[in-house]
Design a protein around this ligand. Structure first.
Ligand SMILES: *Cc1c(COP(=O)(O)O)cnc(C)c1O
Length: 231
């Protein structure tokens, strides 16, 4: 039988140390940077082990992969974050089982999530995914269209708009890594000057979360550096 390698807390400890160091270097309180462990392709038992090592929030990209994991770990009370591209025919599962969605990029998806969020649950915490680089990815709204989408989501009672998310083109150079994150922060500040009250920037992954923290990330989404390479 094939078994997944056991979870080793060393990666998690190292990531937490790097987060705290990056925050201090930026003159920020390390406690305001939340770590979401990206558990895509990780079996439920490895997520459980990471939870037992102190990680309480996890991010998943695919609804079909996430649902059995969420069911298997239900008693832990994990806050699940949906971070992948969301299709309209999958919004009900996300509205029902997740606490956060990082990847809202169109009105139709927001409207469905608002309609489908159960009334016994707290409002769904929502981020708008912004496409900063026209060349990257399949998701994300253009920066020029963010304000209009934000205004519409603000009217939806079962959603709570918290901020912005982006997935920039990878870059190995620390200075270039910071540029898109600086733009995302500027966009959030602009929305707040226009009357929004947004407090969340979801930006930074294993290879660049320090650059994102230097630019104000409040959530980093880290998979590989915690769990090892995905197969
Ligand atoms: C996979 C993924 C991550 C984590 O990537 P790592 O490089 O493994 O840390 C973060 N955010 C999103 C949206 C992802 O799809």
């Amino acid at each position: 039988m094939l078994t997944a390698p056991q979870f080793s807390p060393a990666g998690l400890v190292a990531v937490r140390t790097r987060i705290a160091d990056a925050a201090r270097r930026a003159g920020r309180d390390p406690a305001v940077v939340r770590l979401v462990g990206v558990s895509k392709q990780q079996p439920a038992e490895r997520v459980r082990a990471a939870y037992e090592a102190g990680l309480t929030e996890f991010g998943e990209n695919y609804v079909q992969e996430a649902m059995p994991k969420i069911a298997a770990l239900r008693e832990l009370g994990i806050d699940w974050h949906f971070i992948g591209h969301l299709q309209a025919n999958k919004t009900r599962e996300v509205a029902t089982r997740f606490a956060w969605v990082h990847s809202v990029d169109r009105l139709r998806i927001a409207a469905r999530l608002n309609e489908q969020r159960p009334h016994r649950a707290a409002p769904l915490q929502v981020l708008i995914e912004v496409r900063l680089d026209a060349a990257t990815g399949k998701g994300g709204v253009e920066p020029e269209a963010v304000a209009e989408l934000a205004a519409a989501i603000a009217q939806m009672p079962r959603l709570r708009l918290r901020g912005l998310m982006c997935i920039p083109e990878p870059s190995a150079d620390a200075d270039s890594q910071r540029l898109p994150y600086r733009r995302l922060r500027a966009l959030l500040e602009e929305l707040n000057r226009g009357g929004c009250a947004l407090d969340t920037l979801s930006m930074g992954m294993s290879d660049d979360f320090e650059a994102a923290i230097a630019e104000g990330a409040t959530i980093v989404r880290v998979g590989t550096a915690i769990f090892g390479a995905r197969t």
